[in-house]
Design a protein around this ligand. Structure first.
Ligand code: SF4
Length: 84
C-alpha cells in the first residue's frame, strides 16, 4: 500500500491526522505528511481488530484519506490499483 499526499491540495484541515495519527502529521508548513507506513499494513481481521502501537489499521488509513476535504490523499495498492 502506498500513501501519497498532494501538498498543493492540502489545506491543513487535519482530519486525516485526527483519524490516523500514527500515519499522518502536519509538518511545519501545516501540510500533512506521511510519518509511518510499513510494508505490511494489517486489516482488522489480521490484527483482531486492533491497531498496534506503531501502525494504524488499513481501514483507518483509508477512512482518513476519504475524510480529506480536498481529496489530497491517494491510497494505492502495491500493484497500482487505486483505493482512494
Ligand atoms: S485531511 Fe487533507 S487537507 Fe486536511 S491535513 Fe489531511 S491531507 Fe491536508
Amino acid at each position: 500500500m502506498k500513501i501519497i499526499v498532494d501538498r498543493n491540495a492540502c489545506i491543513g484541515a487535519a482530519s486525516c491526522v485526527a483519524i490516523a495519527m500514527k500515519t499522518f502529521e502536519l509538518d511545519m508548513d501545516g501540510k500533512a505528511e506521511v510519518i509511518h507506513v510499513t510494508d505490511k499494513i494489517q486489516t482488522a481481521d489480521e490484527s483482531s481488530g486492533k491497531a498496534t502501537d506503531q501502525n494504524d489499521l488499513r481501514d483507518t488509513i483509508i477512512e482518513a484519506a476519504r475524510s480529506c476535504p480536498t481529496n489530497a490523499i491517494q491510497v494505492i495498492e502495491d500493484d497500482g490499483t487505486p483505493i482512494v
